[in-house]
Write a protein that binds this ligand. Structure first.
Ligand code: BES
Ligand code: ZN
Ligand code: ZN
Length: 510
C-alpha cells in the first residue's frame, strides 16, 4: 500500500532571488499595485517577467489563483509560482495557511519534490512569526495530502515526500520560524493521520480496527494510554446506547478511552467523538444516493484520536481524556428498532424513534462516561445532524454550549485555526421536545427534523452532569470537495481547532 506523502520542513535564511529551488512560491495581493521589494528584485533579474505578466492581466493576485514564471541563470529558482493572496485588508492567518496549502498542492500536482515558500513582508509585520510558521506548516501538510493507499495502478512519479522550506533574508526571523515549524508539523501530521483513518471505508475500518489503531497510537506516544471495552464489557458496564446502535452489525461495537497525562493530578478536559464506522441508518435506512459518504460518520471520533496524537507530541502541560464510542449502524434481524426503549450508561432511558439518529445514542454514553471521570470541561464533536448541514453549509461547524466562556475560547481557537464555528441555540425549549411519554427521553422530536441540530444538542446536554460542555456538529465539514487547496475526501476538520483550543488553555505555544 502507498504511504502518505511525507513532508520535510525547515526554515532558511536566503534572498528570494538567490534561493536555489525547484519551485519558489511568492505571494501577491490583489489590491496592491506593483511588487514588494524582494519580488521586484526577483522580477528585475527575470527582465521584468513578473511585472509583464501582471500588466497583461494574466494574474491578478486573486485568492485561489496562481501563475508560473520560469527562472533563468540569474536567479536560483527553476520556477517562480505567484500565489494569489486576495485583498490585503482582508488577510488573516487563514490567508497564509491557504497560500501554503495552495503551493504544496501545486507542487504535488506538478510532481515537484521541493518547494520554497517566501515569507511575505506584509505578514511578517502583522503576525507573530512563530504562529505564522505554524500555520504555514499546517497548510503544507493540508495541501500536499493525498489519499491513494488503495490505488494500485502506477501513477508515474507520485511523490513519496515533499521538501518544504520557508525562506527569508533575515536570520533572526528564520530562527523564530523554525520554532513554529515544530508545532505546525505535529499538528499538520496529526491532521493527515486523521484524514487517512477517516477516508478508509467501512470494509477496512470497523469499531475493532479503530480500537486497534487507537492502541497503536498510544503505544507509540509518551504520556498516552488506551483502554478499550469490547461488547461484553459494554454490557457489563450498562452502556446501552453504544450496544443498541452496534447490535445490527457483525462488527461489534467498542468504547475507546485514551488518556493523556501532562499535568499529574488535576482536572482533565474530556473530548468525546462520535465514531460510526458506517451509518446506513439501520432499520430507519437511508436513501442510497451518496450513502457512501457515511463512511465519514466516524470523523468526530477520529478527530479526537488525531487531537490526542498532537497533544501528546506537543507535550502540553494538561490532562486530556479522549473518549470514542464506536459502532457500525446496520439493518439486520439483530438491529435495534424504532420503538425500543434503551437504558443508557447514565441510567436515563431513551425511546428510539429513528435508528438513524444513532449519533446521540452513542454520544450519550460517551458523555456520561466523561462526566463520571470528572472531566471538566467536556467537548463533544460529531457528524451529528443533516439539519446542521442545512443550516450552515460546508464552511462552519455548529457550536452549542452551556458555558459562555468555553464558547468564547472555542470561537477564538476557531479563528486562529481556520476551522470555523458558528454559535447555534440549544436550551430548555429544545430539551422539552426531547421528552418521551414512555421513557425519560426520545431520540427524535415530534417536530421531526426541524431544528434537529438544536434538539440533538439539547438531548446531549442532559448527560454531562454539572460539567461545562460544548458540542461541535461537524456534519458536512469533513467531506472536503476537490479544491485548489487540497484533495477530495476527509478534511480532518477539528484537529486544528481542538489542538489550538488545548494549546491556548495553558498559554503554551510553540
Ligand atoms: N450521520 C448522520 C448525520 C449526517 C448527515 C452527517 C449528513 C453528515 C452528512 C446522522 O446519524 C443522521 O443520520 N441524522 C439524521 C437524524 C434524523 C433521523 C433525526 C438526519 O440528519 O437526517
Ligand atoms: Zn444516522
Ligand atoms: Zn450518523
Amino acid at each position: 500500500m502507498k504511504q502518505i506523502i511525507d513532508v520535510e520542513l525547515k526554515a532558511r535564511k536566503v534572498d528570494f532571488s538567490k534561493c536555489k529551488t525547484e519551485l519558489l512560491a511568492v505571494g501577491q495581493f490583489s489590491d496592491v499595485k506593483g511588487l514588494d521589494k524582494p519580488s521586484k528584485e526577483l522580477s528585475s533579474k527575470l527582465d521584468g517577467a513578473i511585472e509583464r505578466l501582471i500588466k497583461l492581466g494574466d494574474f491578478k493576485g486573486k485568492d485561489g489563483t496562481s501563475a508560473i514564471v520560469y527562472g533563468n541563470d540569474r536567479i536560483g529558482a527553476k520556477r517562480v509560482l505567484l500565489v494569489g493572496l486576495g485583498e490585503k485588508k482582508k488577510a488573516t492567518l487563514g490567508t497564509v495557511r491557504k497560500a501554503a496549502a495552495y503551493a504544496a498542492n501545486k507542487a504535488v500536482e506538478m510532481k515537484i519534490g521541493a518547494v520554497s515558500l517566501a515569507l511575505h513582508s506584509a505578514f511578517g509585520a502583522r503576525f507573530d512569526l512563530t504562529t505564522m510558521a505554524r500555520v504555514m506548516a499546517e497548510g503544507t501538510y493540508f495541501g500536499s495530502y493525498r489519499y491513494d493507499e488503495f490505488v494500485t495502478e502506477s501513477e508515474n512519479g507520485r511523490l513519496d515526500s515533499l521538501g518544504v522550506e520557508l525562506i527569508d533574508s533575515d536570520s533572526a526571523k528564520t530562527k523564530k520560524l523554525n520554532k513554529g515549524l515544530w508545532s505546525g508539523a505535529i499538528i499538520g501530521k496529526a491532521q493527515s493521520y486523521a484524514r487517512t483513518l477517516a477516508n478508509r471505508p467501512g470494509n477496512v475500518i470497523n469499531p475493532a480496527k479503530l480500537a486497534a489503531a487507537a492502541k497503536d497510537l498510544a503505544r507509540g506516544s509518551k504520556g498516552l494510554s488506551c483502554t478499550v471495552f469490547d461488547e461484553k464489557q459494554l454490557a457489563a458496564k450498562g452502556m446501552g446506547g453504544v450496544l443498541a446502535v452496534g447490535s445490527g452489525s457483525q462488527n461489534k461495537p467498542r468504547f475507546i478511552v485514551l488518556k493523556y497525562n501532562g499535568a499529574g493530578k488535576g482536572d482533565a478536559v474530556g473530548l468525546v467523538g462520535k465514531a460510526i464506522t458506517f451509518d446506513s441508518g439501520g432499520i430507519s435506512i437511508k436513501r442510497s444516493a451518496k450513502m457512501d459518504e457515511m463512511k465519514l460518520d466516524k470523523s468526530g471520533g477520529i478527530v479526537v484520536l488525531g487531537t490526542m496524537k498532537a497533544v501528546a507530541e506537543l507535550k502540553l502541560p494538561i490532562n486530556v481524556y479522549g473518549i470514542i464510542p464506536a459502532a457500525e449502524n446496520m439493518p439486520s434481524g439483530t438491529s435495534y428498532r424504532p420503538g425500543d426503549i434503551i437504558t443508557t450508561f447514565s441510567g436515563k432511558t431513551v425511546e428510539v424513534l429513528d435508528t438513524d439518529a444513532e449519533g446521540r445514542m452513542v454520544l450519550c454514553d460517551g458523555l456520561a462516561y466523561a462526566a463520571k471521570q470528572k472531566c471538566n470541561p467536556i467537548i463533544d464533536i460529531a457528524t451529528l445532524t443533516g439539519a446542521c448541514l442545512v443550516a450552515l453549509g460546508r464552511y462552519m461547524a455548529g457550536l452549542m454550549s452551556n458555558d459562555e466562556n468555553l464558547k468564547r475560547q472555542l470561537q477564538s481557537a476557531a479563528k486562529e485555526s481556520g476551522e470555523k464555528v458558528w454559535p447555534m441555540p440549544s436550551g430548555d425549549e429544545y430539551a422539552e421536545e426531547m421528552k418521551s411519554k414512555v421513557a425519560d427521553l426520545k431520540n427524535l422530536a415530534d417536530a421531526n427534523k426541524y431544528g434537529d441540530a438544536c434538539n440533538a444538542a439539547a438531548f446531549l446536554a442532559q448527560f454531562v452532569g454539572d460539567a461545562k460542555w460544548a458540542h461541535l456538529d461537524i456534519a458536512g465539514m469533513d467531506l472536503f470537495a476537490e479544491s485548489k487547496f487540497s484533495t477530495k475526501g476527509s478534511s480532518g476538520f477539528g484537529v486544528r481547532l481542538l489542538t489550538t483550543y488545548l494549546m491556548n488553555l495553558k498559554g503554551k505555544k510553540g
